[in-house]
Write a protein that binds this ligand. Structure first.
Ligand code: CO
Length: 172
């Protein structure tokens, strides 16, 4: 089922999400709902808190190239990541990011270049990812959501001021 996206500056986006302990139907339903919601908004990543659920769960689905729109993000291509922990973070890079909770805003922010993450899949099995490309960026963005952080917090002071002003005007 498609769920509503929690939009900035909703206070729920500041919550530190809790560890998942039950890898049951409830979790699987949450993951399936997150997928439907993300795809309906053409997103590439979504954390559970973005649909109002403060659990350490996120999904990432990087679109395949050379495919018709709508068919380029098959569900089997979705990474389902529960209770992620960084083992390594190295280097730095800048990438233009966006966020379904801050729709229409795209900005370059600084991230680590290389990451190694351990996590559990929907069945509680331990998994590991190492990456130094777009997946590394997406993971850092989504894991920030689990810590109650939104990417606008990484803007420079001037860009942040400009953004907050524009965001307020847009909403009123
Ligand atoms: Co986001």
């Amino acid at each position: 089922m498609k769920r509503d996206i929690v939009v900035y500056p909703d206070k729920r986006l500041k919550l530190v999400s809790k560890e998942v302990v039950s890898f049951n139907d409830g979790l699987h339903m949450l993951l399936d709902d997150m997928f439907e919601t993300m795809i309906s908004k053409n997103g590439v990543g979504l954390a559970a808190i973005q649909i109002g659920v403060p659990l350490r769960v996120l999904i990432i689905n990087i679109p395949l190239k050379d495919k018709e729109k709508g068919e380029d993000q098959p569900k089997e291509n979705t990474l389902e990541i529960v209770n992620p922990i960084f083992l390594e973070r190295l280097g730095s890079t800048k990438f233009e990011e966006g966020c379904l909770s801050v729709p229409g805003i795209y900005e370059y922010v600084e991230r680590f270049q290389f990451i190694k993450v351990v996590y559990q899949d929907r069945f509680g099995q331990a998994q590991e990812i190492t990456d130094d490309d777009f997946l590394a960026i997406a993971l850092q963005h989504e894991i920030d959501h689990l810590e109650g952080r939104v990417f606008v917090e990484k803007f420079s002071i001037l860009k942040r001021k400009k953004f907050e002003k524009e965001w307020k005007n847009r909403k009123s």
